[in-house]
Write a protein that binds this ligand. Sequence first.
Ligand code: SF4
Length: 339
Amino acid sequence: MLNDYFSILGGERPARHWVSSRIPAGHECLDELPDEELWLLHERGMEAFRRAWEDRAWPGEAASPSLLDLKAALARRMLRDCHMCERRCGVDRAAGQRGFCGVGATSRVASIFLHFGEEPELVPSHTVFFSGCTFRCIYCQNWDIAMDARTGSPADPSYLASALVQGMRQGSRNANFVGGNPDPNLHTILETIIVLGEDGKNLPMVWNSNMYTSLEAMRLLEGVMDIYLADFRYGNDDCARKYSDVERYFEVVSRNFSIAHRQGEIMLRQLLLPGHLRCCTERIMQWVAENMPDVYFNLMFQYRPEYRASLYPEMNRRPSGEEKREAVAIASRLGIALC
Ligand code: SF4
């Protein structure tokens, strides 16, 4: 489990983004090309990446422009008709418009620090908390930064990259992009990783997301993210709509888990919600048992009513001891090893 992650940390192989920085974009002037041609170049570049990754190759010189530059160019184009997540607002963030998440063209960072509260394999995790989110969870524990995309300071990729280098000197084991949610900040994250360059050769990248990422953004994450630290919260669309104001939840999130399983390593987080053992936890476990039974599965019991949860009486309590015990029993019955 997490073999690639530990190999990168141990210096036995480079991080995915470093390999992508060695693969030529296939054209000198990316800004001159229409979107369709950029995507064609991206597909060709990804074929080269997949070959190099499977061969455990250490490609030589950095390319300029590289596949990583190409990905950043495509992410910047996405800003003009935003579809970084599956809400697909279609707003022109580059021209100052804002969509559901409220994030502008310039990302904002609420905080960045070495986090000791993540899963043991990740700690200390250099965590970048972006402002704004693509969900509206009524029990959000980070509501102060998630619900207001104008909090924090403008994100500067050079500053973020130098902070990550500082963090490595202090023992960080990865760069962890979260929020809120990382999705609206894809362009900033890619630009940060480009600036990081050689210094990030053995720094695994972590996409810490609600997994409502668009298909196009998932394509850009391949060859960049080493770990998907990913929430699987709801087992059906009704609960997702009621408590997070999101449509098509199960279809989108299960799709993205399948994609992530092919293109990186997953650390799945399932937060047990009070009264949602059967409709959410059990259904998610059933899906996992059928589709990726070997996945790292973190069943989380730390739900507590926060933010607006008191307005929903059924959510205004912690999960009971019996619910916790039953969740563990369901995992065992389905053959899921809890981490
Ligand atoms: S990131 Fe998602 S929610 Fe935000 S503007 Fe883009 S499509 Fe809309």
